[in-house]
Design a protein around this ligand. Sequence first.
Ligand SMILES: Cc1cc2nc3c(=O)[nH]c(=O)nc-3n(C[C@H](O)[C@H](O)[C@H](O)COP(=O)(O)O)c2cc1C
Length: 218
Amino acid sequence: MDAIKCIETRSSVRRFKPDSVPQRLLEQVLEAARWAPSYKNTQPWEVVVVSGEKKDGLSRLLTGLLEEDAPSQPDISHPTSWPEAIERRMNEHLLKRLSAMGVDLNDPAMRKRSKLANFRFYGAPHAIFLYQDAGLTPWSIFDLGLFAQSLMLAAHALGLGTVPQAFLTDYAPQVKEYLGIPANKRLVLGISTGYPDIRENDFRSTRMPVSEFTTWLE
Ligand SMILES: Cc1cc2nc3c(=O)[nH]c(=O)nc-3n(C[C@H](O)[C@H](O)[C@H](O)COP(=O)(O)O)c2cc1C
């Protein structure tokens, strides 16, 4: 697939076919992702791919923690405030996406259901967790972001769907323990993946025009 087309047609997939992806195909995705650039070629990425019964057990663990209102403890804290323009864009997007999915943000039960859907990996047969040493600087988180995007583009080019999920890091200590990731690592992102089950009316996010975020100087 042409690179521009791959970038422009990738979108977060939140419905998957139940079929497992052969490990060789997931390896191919990771083999491509490792070519992401990184600060001084430090390659600060570590990966766990979880599938099958192990993945179902994680889903049960996360769902249970949510049900018992356990406090969330992500290794990268949630933002508590945003610059005004960004907050407006975020809220507009969220409203459009959730109303397209029939979720009313003012209804706490629905908000919870949407979190539960995250914790069920949106039905994906695999989840990929990205982590790194907790002592690394923000440059390394940046590098892991580049790795994540390369991974998602490679997956898309190979016919797989992905959705990056910060929610999957909400209960970082418990997730790390369950996945055998040492406590001194920083859990950065979970990415659910599998064969996408795309429907005609699925929500597609929008973008601001280039002119809104670019200044040209000569
Ligand atoms: C770091 C990061 C964390 C995200 N966390 C979640 C999440 O927890 N749950 C979810 O459904 N989508 C999550 N998303 C997906 C974004 O909502 C999505 O990328 C954005 O709305 C743009 O839509 P697109 O990916 O379809 O282009 C996350 C994306 C990123 C980059």
